[in-house]
Design a binder for this molecule. Structure first.
Ligand SMILES: NC(=O)c1ccc[n+]([C@@H]2O[C@H](COP(=O)([O-])OP(=O)(O)OC[C@H]3O[C@@H](n4cnc5c(N)ncnc54)[C@H](O)[C@@H]3O)[C@@H](O)[C@H]2O)c1
Ligand SMILES: CC(C)[C@H](C(=O)O)[C@@H](O)C(=O)O
Ligand SMILES: [Mg+2]
Length: 370
C-alpha cells in the first residue's frame, strides 16, 4: 500500500519519540512491501517561534493532502506559565483537529503482565483491564465562545453540543462496543449540565439501534473514582471532550505509564495518530521519554488503513520489549534503555523476516479497528 504521512513532530519530546515511530513504520514498509512517504511540517511552539503561527497554512495544507498525520506533541513552559499569551501552541493542535474534522479520539488502555506490579494500583484490581475511551474531540467547552471581561475580573468558556455531534460519536462508540465486550458506559455530568442531559437523551435513543450492547451511565466524578477502584468494569467509555481528556490521563495509571497510551483521531477524510501525553518538557533531549505511545499510535494508523496484521506486528514487538524489559525509565527504573535504543530494538524485532516474536501470554487487549 502507498501512504503519504505528514509528520508533525512538534515540541519538547515530540521529535525524539516520533523519530522512533518513523523507524518502526519504515521497518514495516520494508517487511510488507509497502510504500510510506513521510513529509515533515512545523506545528506548536516551534511554529510560533518561526512564523508566529502555531498551525501555519503550509502545515495544514500538507495534512489535508496526506493520507494520515503522525503527530508528536506540542507545548512549551514559556506559554504554560504565561496566561496572558494570546498565541499558544495548543491552538495549533485544536485548529488542526477542527480543520481536519477529527471529531472522535480513540484511546485504548490495556495492561501488560510485566508491568502489573509497577502500577500504584493493586495487581488484582488491574490485571486484565482492557478498555477504550471514545472522547469527542471537536466540540464542547474547548471550542465554545471564550471571553474575558474588560476589567479582567471575570472570564467565560461556553460548552455547546448539538444532537448531530453526539450522534456521530455515539454510533462509532456503539460499533466499537459490538466488536468488543458489548458494553458501553456514557460518562457525563447529567445531574448538573444541560449539555450532559442532551448527551444522555441522545445516546439512549441511539442505543435502540444497538440492542446487543449494554448501555450504562456514570457521572464523571464517580467515573474518575471507578477508574482506579475497578477499571475491569469498563469496556467502551463514551464521553465529551474535556471529561475524556481528564479520565484518559487518569486511566494511564492502570497500564503503568502515560508513555504507553496511544490514540487515533478520526472522523473526516483525514486521520491523525498521536500519543495522549504532552511534550514532557523536562525530558526534552535527555533520551528518557518513552516512545511506545507514539509507536502504538503508528500501529493504530496501520489498523486504520486495514493493515491490521502489520499493526499486530508492532503491538507484538512492543509486548516483547516490555516482557524483556527493554524499556525507558518510566517503566524500567533499574536498567533503563534510552528512547532511541527502545526504537532500535523494536525496529530490529520487526525487521526480522522470520519474526520469532513469541506471543504466548501476551495481552494487547481487544483492539478496536477503526
Ligand atoms: N497532545 C499534545 O500535544 C499534548 C497533550 C498534553 C499536554 N500537552 C502540553 O504538553 C506540555 C506539558 O504538559 P504536562 O506536563 O501537563 O503533560 P505531559 O503529558 O507532557 O507530562 C506529564 C507527565 O507525564 C509523564 N510523561 C509524559 N510523556 C511521557 C513519555 N513519553 N514517557 C514517559 N513519561 C511521560 C511525565 O512524568 C510527565 O511529567 C504543556 O504545554 C501541555 O499543554 C500537549
Ligand atoms: C494539549 C491539549 C490541547 C490536548 C487536549 O486537551 O486535547 C491534550 O491534553 C491531549 O490530551 O491531547
Ligand atoms: Mg490531555
Amino acid at each position: 500500500m502507498k501512504l503519504k504521512i505528514a509528520v508533525l513532530a512538534g515540541d519538547g519530546i515530540g521529535p525524539e519519540i516520533t523519530q522512533q515511530s518513523i523507524k518502526v513504520l519504515k521497518a514495516i514498509a520494508d517487511r510488507f512491501d509497502h510504500e510510506f512517504e513521510f513529509e515533515d511540517a512545523i506545528v506548536g511552539a516551534a511554529a510560533i517561534d518561526l512564523l508566529d503561527n502555531p498551525l501555519p497554512e503550509a502545515t495544514l495544507d500538507l495534512c489535508k493532502k496526506s493520507n494520515a498525520v503522525l503527530f508528536g506533541a506540542i507545548g512549551h513552559p514559556k506559554y504554560d506559565n504565561n496566561p496572558d499569551a494570546k498565541v499558544r501552541p495548543e491552538q495549533g493542535l485544536l485548529k488542526l483537529r477542527k480543520e481536519l474534522g477529527l471529531f472522535a479520539n480513540i484511546r485504548p488502555v490495556t495492561t501488560y503482565a510485566k508491568l502489573i506490579d509497577q502500577s500504584p494500583l493493586r495487581p488484582e484490581r488491574i490485571q486484565g483491564a482492557d478498555l477504550t475511551i471514545f472522547r469527542e474531540l471537536t466540540g464542547g467547552i474547548y471550542f465554545g465562545e471564550k471571553s474575558t471581561s474588560e476589567d479582567g475580573q471575570s472570564a467565560t468558556d461556553i460548552c455547546t453540543y448539538s444532537v448531530e455531534e453526539i450522534e456521530r460519536m455515539a454510533h462509532l462508540a456503539f460499533k466499537a462496543a459490538q466488536q468488543r465486550r458489548k458494553k458501553l458506559t456514557l460518562v457525563d455530568k447529567a445531574n448538573v449540565l444541560e449539555t450532559s442531559r442532551l448527551w444522555r437523551k441522545t445516546v439512549k435513543k441511539i442505543a435502540e439501534d444497538y440492542q446487543d450492547v449494554a448501555l450504562d451511565f456514570l457521572f464523571v466524578d464517580n467515573a474518575a473514582m471507578q477508574m482506579i477502584l475497578n477499571p475491569k468494569q469498563f469496556d467502551v467509555i463514551l464521553t465529551e471532550n474535556m471529561f475524556g481528556d481528564i479520565i484518559s490521563d487518569e486511566a494511564s495509571v492502570i497500564g503503568g505509564s502515560i508513555g504507553l497510551l496511544a490514540s487515533a483521531s478520526v472522523g473526516g477524510d483525514n486521520a491523525m495518530f498521536e500519543p495522549i501525553h504532552g511534550s514532557y518538557p523536562q525530558a526534552t533531549g535527555k533520551g528518557i521519554a518513552n516512545p511506545v505511545a507514539s509507536i502504538l499510535s503508528a500501529a493504530m494508523l496501520l489498523d486504520h488503513f486495514g493493515l491490521v496484521e502489520e499493526g499486530d506486528v508492532i503491538r507484538k514487538a512492543v509486548a516483547t520489549s516490555i516482557k524483556l524489559n527493554v524499556c525507558t525509565e518510566d517503566i524500567n527504573k533499574d536498567n533503563p534503555y534510552s528512547t532511541e535504543k527502545v526504537g532500535d530494538f523494536l525496529e530490529g524485532l520487526i525487521s526480522e523476516s522470520e519474526n520469532n516474536i513469541n506471543d504466548e501470554n501476551l495481552n494487547f487487549g481487544q483492539m478496536t479497528i477503526i
